[in-house]
Write a protein that binds this ligand. Structure first.
Ligand code: ATP
Ligand code: MG
Length: 252
């Protein structure tokens, strides 16, 4: 299995002096789901934001180390952030749909990039909705406002919106935290399909979700990577006592 992203000795300190990530070394495998999990404040979202440079530079004091994707360091100031974000898509905890139609939400990014051909846009709409397991529910109402969708549907629309741009990596930060169990199951099922084509990094909303979805899992505690292993190993026979305590529910 190939490495898609290589995180080397990465540390991040915010302007208020908080060191939120310390000496992180982590390989993100291609075509797999890597779960980043652990208690609140551990640095999970901070790390995801670094992967597509969403951290506000005014809030970050220093970073050190490297985050390599291919030969290039994502953190390099010469990195073109727009094309990076096209390659590394992000889906947040709360769905943020644009005030357009369902279709318009999906074509917006492509149109901004200059795609005008109706056939290409239609193709992207259908493909991305199918990949996000939403097509059957919305195919007859693509021109309706996206805001009229249920929360679970909006979240899958946000996933579809990032897929429409054909990224290589998809970052998901607690994408199902506001969803009912049925919508959650749909999102999890589509992630299992998507990993065949994409590299997926997921911050799950629970340990149970982590265990269900992880091909690889990284346990973060207070800015440190405590343990990294294949999911089936980490959740059954963790090697660090702190991981064990957390996955067995002794602290949370
Ligand atoms: N913009 C910021 N400026 C200063 N400190 C920050 C900023 N963002 C996060 N932090 C701090 O960095 C630490 C890690 O936060 P982060 O949001 O990455 O954790 P998390 O693991 O995603 O937590 P949660 O499970 O609650 O989402 C926390 O101590 C947090 O207060
Ligand atoms: Mg977070």
């Amino acid at each position: 299995m190939k490495d898609k992203i290589v995180i080397e000795d990465f540390s991040l300190q915010y302007s208020d002096g908080v060191e939120s990530l310390r000496n992180i070394n982590l390989l993100i495998r291609e075509n797999a789901i890597t779960v980043i999990f652990g208690p609140a404040g551990g640095g999970k979202s901070s790390l995801l934001r670094c992967l597509n440079r969403l951290n506000d530079p005014a809030e970050v004091k220093t970073t050190s180390g490297r985050i390599l994707m291919g030969e290039k360091d994502i953190l390099d100031e010469k990195t073109d952030v727009i094309s990076l974000r096209r390659r590394v898509g992000m889906v947040f905890a709360r769905p943020v749909v644009l005030p357009f139609s369902i279709r318009g939400n999906l074509t917006y990014g492509l149109e901004v990039m200059g795609e005008k051909r109706r056939s290409k846009l239609d193709e992207a709409v259908e493909r991305s909705l199918k990949q996000a397991a939403l097509w059957d529910e919305v195919k007859d109402r693509l021109e309706e406002p996206a805001i009229a969708l249920s929360g679970g549907q909006q979240q899958r629309l946000c996933l579809a919106r990032s897929l429409a741009l054909e990224p290589e990596v998809i970052l998901l930060d607690e994408p199902t935290s506001g969803l009912d169990p049925i919508s959650t199951a749909k999102v999890e099922a589509s992630l299992q399909e998507l990993k065949n084509e994409y590299t997926i990094i997921l911050v799950p909303h629970s340990v149970q979700q982590a265990a269900r979805t992880a091909d690889f899992a990284a346990f973060f505690l207070q800015g440190e990577l405590v343990e990294y292993a294949e999911g089936k190993t980490l959740f059954t026979t963790p090697s660090d006592k702190r991981t064990e305590d957390y996955v067995t529910g002794r602290f949370g």
